[in-house]
Design a protein around this ligand. Structure first.
Ligand code: N01
Length: 546
């Protein structure tokens, strides 16, 4: 028995080269990359009972991608891209889950994944330079490399209202939806929350529900998605020039695969602006409305005002009851993660749908019979929480990470999360994050691939040098934080509160959590870090006697 292992309680631990946490889009690709391409011995852990991550958990009615699916998939395997036939422009959750199922089978990934398993702690042992992990099953593992794809939007935010446990009906959270169909026909259903999840579930169940009451705290700008079949012309274009398509995704701002505008709104006349917004409204897409119309909606107050005035006008035209229209109309900036959904405002013209403004009259308790606000009681048979996530940092901080000298990640990130390139954090050697804080604010699958490729190259660089450990220098991390802050404060996003800056979770630090300069610029940054021979990083050899 290794003395060090005995001292650290890892005598019965199983040793692997790398551990991957998470089996969603990011974790599956990481597992494939480091096990099948690099040839490492890898163990993956996943809390769910199967693969899928976000798409495993978010099974609520109406759940679907709002990214054009040609950019919401893996790019590295051209045959896979050609063989998999997506049915729609924005596929529904079951279709995306089937895709990830198929991906896991195609690369024989399941045999390396322990499902229904939560990693509770990860401790870096400085004597062995290995991570020691403990799972909720009481198992212990050690690994040289730790790769975490734990999900940007995965840690559930379930507010606690007084009396919640007394409710006699059914309660659901969109992100922990049962695996069996839920029948809302004829039922009185209350939905709390009107973000991306809320608007999808609201529009989907409204036709079936007996009565649907929407409890809205903050109105949002919601543009149509325009669901429909995939555009054959787009497919033909990608087919003819596959490499060029993905290069354009990776050099764009959003990585969504659409043509982004280079035209500032101020260069267009009011009539031209109207025409551009109208065209986009009719062709659909939330990120498209923000980034394909004009180049500066997210950075110029005037451009932003033009966009919001257009959407406000649409709300007033669509919603027939002026009081409901007024409640649905936002007056703040359009600077949150954009939302798109078909028939959202139209849904409030239905006789069986009503809207309650819970900012004006807050929810004070949940009773056995329903939801009580300051002004009224709303009896419900079912309540759906569409209240989102402790985003970006939530799942990282659930794991008790201890880096060098026992440094706790929770302590290190107490004021704000700190990383270098969204990939690593100083003092936590060989620990890689996929979509960690201060990563790019973009469509995720292409960014996951880019980050995992970078991680695989970094692991290769460690072994090619005959060394054992890589970690970011403190200076590099400090500079990255300043860079992220400067870029974010050059946009309008910090001026609104949402999960993007942590403001949706009471007590969470409100701070910049993304690199907001876009995918192309981010690719430049991570390539520079590797091409510059990792000069921002520290390497170390394996301790003698380990
Ligand atoms: O969560 P959210 P989400 N009392 O945080 C309200 C991705 N996603 O799950 O705005 C009353 O956006 C809260 O109100 P307010 C996507 O990136 C993508 O909808 O804080 N209300 C808000 O209305 C998205 O941005 C898709 O005042 C409370 C809502 O709950 C991200 O996930 C689909 C409350 C939460 O909205 C998060 O979206 C779904 C309380 N105590 C999700 N607490 C696609 O289409 C919270 N709220 C791809």
């Amino acid at each position: 028995m290794n003395e060090v292992a005995a001292r650290h309680g890892t005598a019965n631990a199983r040793d692997v080269d790398a551990v991957v946490i998470g089996a969603g889009f990011a974790g599956l690709y990481a597992l494939h990359k480091v096990r099948n391409d690099l040839g490492l011995d890898v163990q993956a852990f996943e809390q769910g009972s199967d693969v899928g991550g976000t798409w495993y958990w978010n099974r609520y009615p109406g759940a679907r991608s709002d990214t054009e699916v040609t950019a919401y998939c893996y790019s590295f395997d051209r045959d896979l891209f050609d063989q998999w036939q997506w049915s729609q422009r924005y596929p529904r959750q079951p279709e995306i889950l089937s895709y990830l199922d198929m991906f896991a089978d195609r690369y024989d990934l399941r045999r390396s994944i322990a499902f229904d398993t939560t990693v509770e702690s990860a401790t870096f042992n400085e004597q062995t330079s290995r991570w020691e992990l403990r799972t909720d099953k009481g198992e212990r593992w050690t690994a040289q490399f730790l790769i975490e794809g734990v999900g940007l939007l995965s840690s559930v935010n379930l507010p606690r209202f007084p009396g919640q446990d007394e409710f006699a009906g059914q309660m659901y959270h969109t992100s922990r939806w049962p695996h069996h169909p839920v029948d809302f026909r004829g039922k009185r259903v209350g939905v709390i929350g009107t973000g991306s999840s809320g608007v999808q579930v609201i529009t989907e169940i409204a036709p079936a529900a007996g009565h649907l009451t929407v409890f809205q705290r903050t109105p949002q700008y919601i543009v149509p998605a325009r669901h429909g079949p995939l555009d054959p012309e787009l497919l033909a274009k990608i087919d003819a020039n596959y490499g060029e398509y993905w290069r354009s995704v990776l050099t764009s701002i959003t990585a969504f695969g659409f043509d982004e505008s280079a035209v500032p709104a101020a260069t267009a006349s009011e009539e031209e602006r109207e025409a551009v917004f109208e065209r986009q409204w009719n062709s659909g897409g939330g990120f498209q409305f923000m980034f394909a119309t004009f180049s500066d909606i997210g950075t110029s107050r005037e451009a932003n005002n033009a966009a919001t005035a257009f959407i406000r006008k649409k709300i007033s035209q669509i919603v027939t009851d002026p009081e409901t229209a007024a409640k649905l109309t936002p007056h703040d900036l359009y600077a949150k993660r954009p939302i798109c959904c078909d028939d959202y405002y139209e849904t409030f013209n239905r006789d069986n749908v009503s809207l309650v403004d819970v900012k004006a009259s807050p929810i004070i308790e949940i009773t056995a019979r329903g939801i009580r606000t300051e002004d009224a009681d709303y009896e419900q048979d079912a309540i759906i929480f569409a209240t989102g996530f402790d985003a970006v940092t939530g799942n990282y901080l659930k794991i008790d990470h201890r880096g060098r000298s026992g440094l706790s990640l929770r302590d290190k990130w107490a004021q704000r999360p700190r990383t270098h390139l969204g990939l690593m954090t100083a003092g936590f050697p060989n620990m890689f994050m996929i979509f960690g804080p201060m990563g790019p604010f973009t469509n995720q699958p292409p960014a996951h691939e880019a980050q995992v490729n970078w991680i695989a190259d970094a692991i290769r660089a460690v072994s090619e040098r005959g060394l054992h450990v890589i970690e970011p220098g403190q200076d590099a991390e400090d500079k990255w934080i300043v860079t992220c802050d400067e870029i974010a404060y050059g946009t309008l996003f910090p001026e609104t509160n949402s999960w993007i800056n942590g403001a949706n979770i009471p007590g969470k630090p409100i701070t910049v959590m993304f690199y907001m300069a876009g995918m192309g610029a981010y690719m430049g940054q991570i390539q520079e870090a590797a091409d510059g021979d990792y000069e921002d990083f520290l390497f170390d050899k394996q301790p003698v006697g380990a």
